[in-house]
Design a protein around this ligand. Structure first.
Ligand SMILES: Nc1ncnc2c1ncn2[C@H]1C[C@H](O)[C@@H](COP(=O)(O)OP(=O)(O)O)O1
Ligand SMILES: [Mg+2]
Length: 194
């Protein structure tokens, strides 16, 4: 089963909360037929299911902390295998959050061909998340948790970007621009993969 995804195109989509990862992934899915896997969405779906694991996850996420590595990875892998026959590639959104997560992903699943670094300023991310929080229903889109998520993001994710930069697969995308202009830059990076 797992070898079905061994040769798949894998794109890590990394950026702070509210930087626009989900927005850009949606557009990549529409144009390129990739499968979009947001680790956050997978986790929230588990929470919504009301399972015991979901309840434990909810407590962790509400505090703005990171969920255990194996849990996230197993959920991503299962979701990838489920889409192996129809997927032109995979967008792994919001993962890895830490260098160790990236290493484990490569051991268990495969190597990324590209890392899209969706980059927006801290104040922009806060503004967007506060706005999203008005309608998203997400427990973590509130001012206090947003600050914590941003702090954690800077600490944990910057080493991730440095790690993949050494391997030459990072493309930094200016996400301060309007959505379609951001996507024009994203398209170039994806087109280069073919
Ligand atoms: N380039 C852009 N310009 C303005 N608003 C943007 C934007 N990209 C995303 N947004 C909005 C849409 C959402 O309400 C909010 C967060 O975007 P998102 O795609 O959900 O971010 P992420 O998935 O990185 O947390 O910001
Ligand atoms: Mg998102």
């Amino acid at each position: 089963m797992a070898d079905k995804i061994k040769n798949a195109k894998i794109v890590f989509v990394v950026g702070g909360p509210g930087s626009g990862k989900g927005t850009q992934c949606e557009k990549i899915v529409a144009k390129y037929g990739y499968t979009h896997l947001s680790s956050g969405d997978l986790l929230r779906a588990e929470v919504a299911s009301g399972s015991d694991r979901g309840k434990q996850l909810q407590a962790i996420m509400q505090k703005g902390e990171l969920v255990p590595l194996d849990t996230v990875l197993d959920m991503i892998k299962d979701a990838m295998i489920a889409k192996a026959d129809v997927s032109k590639g995979y967008l792994i959104d919001g993962y890895p959050r830490e260098v160790k997560q990236g290493e484990e992903f490569e051991k268990k699943i495969g190597a990324p061909a590209l890392l899209l670094y969706i980059d927006a300023k801290g104040e922009t991310m806060v503004k967007r998340l506060m706005k999203r929080g008005e309608t998203s229903g997400r427990a973590d889109d509130n001012e206090e948790t947003i600050k914590k998520r941003l702090d954690l993001y800077y600490k944990a994710t910057e080493p991730v970007i440095a790690y993949y930069e050494k391997r030459g697969i990072v493309r930094k995308i200016n996400s301060e621009l309007p959505v379609d202009e951001v996507f024009a830059i994203v398209e170039k990076a994806i087109d280069e993969l073919k």
